[in-house]
Write a protein that binds this ligand. Structure first.
Ligand code: GAL
Length: 933
C-alpha cells in the first residue's frame, strides 16, 4: 500500500515537474513572406503623427493589422537570395545574387493558461539587418547576420483569441562579408516558454577546468531572472552525468531573486577522473541545471560539455590532453548547393562527415560563428574549432555580438580558440592593438580557459600591433615571414589560419581560361596564396606552427577568384559546393590520414587515343607502381608533400596504381575508360529519413555506362520528380559557371555528377519516391523509407484571416443622446479617452460612444465581409462612415454581426451604446472584420 502511494506521489511529482519546466518550441513553421520592401506612406496630420509615436502603433507591414493575405507561406530555414536568378549586374562577392529587402510575418496564439509565464523569441540568425516588431512594438534591431536574437516578448503579449503578430523587416542589402551571405531567416527560430523565475538563455556557464592530475572542477555559474510579480526563493541544483548517463556530481545552492531582477549563483562541482573528450573519443558529459521552489521544478536546462586540456606551445604547437596534435584544418563558409545558407542540420552533418573522412581535425568557421547545432555535431564527431567573431569593433553593439558568441559556445569542448577577427587593415597599428586588447579582455571575462587569436594577413612584425593583444597569432598568407616572426617572438604561439588559396574546378584537368575552368592538379593559386601542397609543406615542416586551415573545405557562392561573370561561385574548395571531392581532397587525405593505406589516381581515364595525360597519384605509403592495361609504366617513391606524377600516353582500358610498404602491396586503385552513358543512377546518402520535416539528405546523381561504371564527363540534363512524404529543396552540380535554377525540376550533370537534396514533410511517414530521367538514358528511381518520429515540439501555425479593431476612442458619456458622427478635432487627443476591448463602463450614464477606424483586407472589398462583435452589452447602433449599418435591440450582452458594406480603404466606425437603467455597458469582446459566413 505504502509503495503504491509512493509511486503515485512520484508520478504526480513527475507530472507536475514536466508541466512546470521550460518548453522550447520550434517556430520554424507557418511564416508569411514578402520579397521586396514595403514602404510606409509618409505620415501627415496631427492625429496620425500622435498615434504613430505610441507603443504598439507601428505602421505599414509592421502593423498588427497589415493585410498580408497575398504573402507566400513558408517554413524556415529560408534563404530568398538562392531562389532567384543570377544577375551579372549584382555583386560578384555575393555570387551575383541580388539580395535586397524582405518581410516576414507570423501570427502567434497564446493560451490564456500560460499567462504569467516568461516568453522569449529566439532567432538563431537572420541575414542581415533585422528589425523585429511584436504587436506593433519594435522589440529588436539586430545588425548582424551571424548572431542570434533573444527577445523577451512577455510584456507585449495578448492571450486567447486576440492574436499576436510578429513582423520582421530584413535588410539583406547590408553586407558583412565578401562572400555569399544569403538573405532572410536562414537558421532556426524558437519560442521558449519558462517560469517567470528562470535561467536566462545561455545562462549556465559550465566550462570544465583541470585542477590537478585527474581532479577537475566545473565552476558552474547560473544566471537567473525573475519576470514575475513576487520575489522568489529558489534552490538551484546542478547535476553532472557522465557519458553513460550516470550521475557523477551534484550541488545545490539557494538564491533569492527579486522582482524583475537578475541573480547569479555559483555552484562549483568537482569531478574526479573523468573520461576525457578527444578527437577519437568524444566523451560528453551532461550538465543539468534545475531551479526548484518548494520541491517544484521551475526550470531546467541541459547542456553538454567535455573534459580536455588544450595548450598552444610556442615551440611545439598544439596539445590536446597533453598529446601533440597538428591542426589539419579547413576554413568553411556556410552555404551549400541548392539551399544557399538555409542548410538543414542533417546536410551540415553530411558536410562534417565528408571532412572527417578526409582527415580534417580542425575547423575554422570563417568568418563568423556557426549555427549552434553545428557546434553540437562538432563535439560529437570530434573536431576542434576556431570560433570566429564577425565584426571587429569594440563599441557597445558589436561587443555584444562577440559576447553572445562566447556565452553561447563556451561549454563546447570542441572550441579551442576564439578569433576576434580576420584580416583587418588596422592590424599593424596601435588602433588595431587597442581594439583587439578590449575585445580580447571581453572574451577573457567570459571564458579564460581558451586562448584568443586573430587571423592577421601581415603586420605582426611592427612595433605595436594586434599580435601583442592576442594569445595565439593566426597568420593568413605570410609564409615567408613565419620564421622571422618566430625568431623575433619565440614565446608566442603561432598557427597558420589561412595559407592555401588554390583553384580547381572539380573534374577538370585542363585549364581553359576563356571558359573559366581550372585544372585540378593543384598548380594554380591566388597571387597571395599557396597551393594545397606548398602550404601544407610549409606548415608540416615547422614544429612551432600549430597547424593550418585550408581556404576552403568547400566551394561557396561568391568570390569566384580568379574569374568573374559568368563564374558565380568560388573554386577554392577541397570539395565543390555539393561536397563532391576534387583532387585536393585526396592530396589532403593522404597527408592527414596515417592509420590506413590510401591511394588515389587523378584524372579519370576517358581521353583520346594518343593524348599525353599527366597522372597524379596520391598515396600515404612508401612506393607506388603504375600500370596501364597490366603493363608497368613506372615505380616511384611516394612523395608525401608533392605527390607523384607520371606522364602517360592514353590508351583506353584500365590504369592502376599499387601501393607498397616494406616491399609488400598494401593498397591498390584503378580508373577505367568507360563507354557512353546508358542509364542514370541515384545514390542516397543514408538509408532512411526521419519524418520530422527537418531531416534532409543529399542524393548523388550519376550516369552509368553499359557496364555500370560512372561516366566521368557525362553532362546530361536530368529531370527530377519527388513525391510521397517529402520534397526537393534544391540541387547543384559543382559547376562554378552554371546559372541553372537551383530549385527547379532540372539540373545538368557536371563532370558526371549532380546532387539533389530531399527533405521530409512535417509529420510524414510515407516513403519519398525520387525519380530522375534524361533524354536517351534509362531513368532511375529510388524510394527512401521515412521513419515516423515524434515531431519536435513546435508552435502551432496560426492564421489571422481577420482584422482586429483594437484601438478605440471613447467619448465622454452622458444621458443626452450624442451625435454618433460628431467631429473630433484631429489635434484633440485628450477630450475623448482611449481603450481596447474588452471595454466596460459601470452603471451610470445612459449613452456611451466608441469610435475606431480600420482597413478591411482586400478580399472583403466586394462586400463579402462582416463586422463581428464577440460581445456587446447594451443596445447598440453601428455607424460606418456616417451611415447606420447595424443595430442591437436588446440590453443583454451578446454577439453582433453586421454586414460590411463593399468598398476598400480605411473606414471609421462609431458604436453608440445605450445602457439598461442601473446596468453597465461595453464592447466586452474582440471586434473583428472577417469573412461573412
Ligand atoms: C583571404 C580571406 C578569405 C578569402 C581568401 C581568398 O584573404 O580571409 O575570406 O577572401 O582570402 O583567397
Amino acid at each position: 500500500m505504502k509503495t503504491k502511494l509512493f509511486a503515485f506521489l512520484l508520478l504526480l511529482a513527475c507530472f507536475s515537474t514536466h508541466a512546470a519546466t521550460r518548453e522550447r518550441l520550434s517556430l520554424d513553421r507557418g511564416w508569411l513572406f514578402h520579397q521586396g520592401d514595403i514602404v510606409q506612406p509618409p505620415i501627415v496630420g496631427h492625429e496620425e503623427s500622435y498615434s504613430n509615436a505610441k507603443a504598439g502603433s507601428a505602421g505599414g507591414a509592421a502593423a498588427n493589422e497589415y493585410d498580408d493575405s497575398d504573402w507566400r507561406r513558408l517554413n524556415l530555414p529560408h534563404d530568398w537570395a538562392v531562389e532567384g536568378p543570377f544577375d551579372p549586374k549584382a555583386n560578384v562577392a555575393q555570387g551575383y545574387r541580388p539580395r535586397g529587402i524582405g518581410w516576414y510575418r507570423r501570427y502567434l496564439r497564446v493560451d490564456p493558461a500560460d499567462r504569467g509565464k516568461h516568453f522569449e523569441l529566439q532567432f538563431d540568425a537572420i541575414a542581415t539587418h533585422a528589425t523585429v516588431w511584436v504587436n506593433g512594438n519594435v522589440v529588436k534591431h539586430n545588425w548582424s547576420g551571424y548572431n542570434a536574437s533573444y527577445i523577451d516578448i512577455t510584456p507585449f503579449l495578448r492571450y486567447g483569441d486576440a492574436m499576436n503578430t510578429i513582423a520582421i523587416r530584413v535588410d539583406a542589402q547590408a553586407m558583412e562579408g565578401w562572400w555569399y551571405e544569403g538573405a532572410g531567416m536562414y537558421r532556426h527560430s524558437w519560442l521558449v516558454k519558462r517560469s517567470p523565475l528562470h535561467v536566462v538563455t545561455d545562462g549556465v556557464h559550465s566550462t570544465p577546468r583541470q585542477i590537478k592530475g585527474q581532479q577537475w572542477s566545473i565552476p558552474v555559474e547560473v544566471t537567473l531572472n525573475n519576470s514575475g510579480k513576487q520575489a522568489g526563493d529558489v534552490v538551484v541544483e546542478v547535476t553532472v552525468y557522465d557519458p553513460s548517463g550516470k550521475q557523477v556530481a551534484q550541488r545545490t545552492a539557494s538564491a533569492h531573486v527579486n522582482v524583475l531582477a537578475t541573480d547569479t549563483v555559483q555552484l562549483p562541482v568537482t569531478i574526479n577522473n573523468p573520461s576525457l573528450w578527444s578527437l577519437e573519443k568524444t566523451n560528453l558529459y551532461r550538465v543539468s541545471t534545475r531551479v526548484l521552489q518548494a520541491g517544484r521544478v521551475l526550470d531546467e536546462v541541459s547542456l553538454n560539455t567535455g573534459f580536455r586540456t588544450i595548450r598552444f606551445d610556442a615551440a611545439q604547437g598544439f596539445f590536446l590532453n597533453g598529446v601533440h596534435v597538428k591542426l589539419q584544418g579547413v576554413c568553411i563558409h556556410q552555404d551549400h548547393a541548392g539551399v544557399g545558407v538555409a542548410v538543414p542540420d542533417s546536410v551540415w552533418e553530411y558536410r562534417l562527415r565528408r571532412l572527417k573522412e578526409m582527415g580534417v581535425n580542425a575547423i575554422r568557421f570563417s568568418h563568423n560563428a556557426p549555427a549552434a547545432e553545428v557546434l553540437d555535431m562538432v563535439d560529437r564527431m570530434g573536431f576542434v574549432v576556431m570560433d570566429e567573431n564577425r565584426n571587429f569593433n569594440p563599441s557597445e553593439d558589436y561587443m555584444k555580438q562577440l559576447e553572445w558568441m562566447v556565452k553561447r559556445d563556451r561549454h563546447h569542448p570542441g572550441v579551442i580558440l576564439w578569433s576576434v577577427f580576420n584580416e583587418e587593415p588596422v592590424q599593424a597599428t596601435e588602433v588595431g592593438y587597442e581594439m583587439a586588447r578590449r575585445m580580447s579582455a571581453a572574451v577573457k571575462a567570459l571564458d579564460d580557459t581558451r586562448p584568443v587569436t586573430a587571423a592577421m594577413n601581415g603586420g605582426f612584425l611592427t612595433e605595436l600591433n594586434v599580435s601583442h593583444a592576442v594569445d595565439v597569432v593566426g597568420s593568413n598568407y605570410q609564409v615567408p615571414d613565419y620564421d622571422r616572426f618566430h625568431k623575433a617572438h619565440p614565446d608566442k604561439p603561432f598557427t597558420s589560419s589561412e595559407d592555401t588559396s588554390a583553384f580547381m574546378t572539380r573534374g577538370e584537368y585542363k585549364t581553359v581560361k576563356d571558359k573559366n575552368l581550372i585544372a585540378s592538379y593543384d598548380d594554380d593559386a591566388a597571387q597571395w596564396g599557396n597551393t594545397h601542397r606548398d602550404a601544407w609543406e610549409a606548415i608540416a615542416t615547422r614544429p612551432y606552427v600549430a597547424g593550418g586551415f585550408v581556404w576552403t573545405g568547400f566551394d561557396y557562392r561568391g568570390e569566384p577568384t580568379p574569374n568573374e561573370w559568368p563564374s558565380v561561385s568560388s573554386v577554392f574548395g577541397i570539395m565543390d559546393l555539393n561536397g563532391f571531392p576534387k583532387t585536393a581532397y585526396y592530396i589532403h587525405q593522404v597527408q592527414w590520414i596515417k592509420d590506413r593505406p590510401l591511394i588515389h589516381i587523378a584524372p579519370h581515364w576517358n581521353w583520346k587515343q594518343g593524348d599525353n595525360v599527366r597522372v597524379m597519384v596520391m598515396a600515404n605509403i612508401e612506393r607506388i607502381k603504375l600500370l596501364l592495361n597490366g603493363r608497368e609504366l613506372g615505380e616511384q617513391k611516394a612523395d608525401p608533400y608533392r605527390m607523384n606524377n607520371f606522364n602517360v600516353v592514353f590508351e583506353p582500358g584500365k590504369l592502376e596504381a599499387i601501393g607498397y610498404n616494406g616491399g609488400k602491396e598494401v593498397v591498390r586503385t584503378a580508373v577505367e575508360t568507360t563507354g557512353a552513358p546508358v542509364r542514370l543512377e541515384l545514390l542516397p546518402d543514408r538509408a532512411q529519413l526521419a519524418g520530422d520535416g527537418r531531416d534532409a539528405m543529399p542524393i548523388t546523381v550519376r550516369a552509368l555506362d553499359a557496364q555500370g561504371r560512372a561516366v566521368p564527363l557525362a553532362d546530361n540534363e536530368v529531370t527530377f520528380a519527388v513525391s510521397g512524404g517529402g520534397r526537393s529543396i534544391g540541387h547543384g552540380n559543382g559547376d562554378p559557371n552554371s546559372h541553372e535554377d537551383e530549385k527547379g525540376p532540372t539540373r545538368r550533370l557536371f563532370n558526371g555528377l549532380a546532387q539533389l537534396i530531399v527533405q521530409t514533410d512535417y509529420d510524414s511517414k510515407d516513403a519519398i519516391a525520387v525519380s530522375a530521367s534524361a533524354a536517351g538514358l534509362q531513368p532511375a528511381q529510388i524510394s527512401i523509407p521515412v521513419r515516423q518520429v515524434a515531431a519536435q515540439p513546435y508552435v502551432a501555425e496560426a492564421d489571422a484571416p481577420l482584422t482586429f479593431v483594437r484601438s478605440w476612442r471613447i467619448a465622454p458619456d452622458g444621458d443626452q443622446r450624442p451625435d454618433p458622427n460628431q467631429k473630433l478635432a484631429s489635434f484633440d487627443m485628450n477630450t475623448w479617452g482611449w481603450g481596447s476591448p474588452p471595454m466596460r463602463a459601470a452603471a451610470g450614464s445612459k449613452y456611451h460612444l466608441y469610435r475606431a477606424s480600420f482597413t478591411p483586407r482586400k478580399n472583403l472589398a466586394d462586400g463579402s465581409g462582416r463586422i463581428r462583435f464577440a460581445a456587446i452589452r447594451g443596445k447598440a447602433e453601428i455607424w460606418l462612415n456616417g451611415t447606420l449599418i447595424g443595430k442591437k435591440d436588446s440590453f443583454a450582452a451578446g454577439a453582433l454581426d453586421v454586414p460590411l458594406p463593399a468598398g476598400a480603404g480605411k473606414r471609421e466606425i462609431n458604436v453608440l451604446l445605450e445602457a439598461e437603467p442601473g446596468q453597465g455597458v461595453g464592447i466586452e469582446g474582440n471586434v473583428t472584420i472577417e469573412a461573412a459566413r
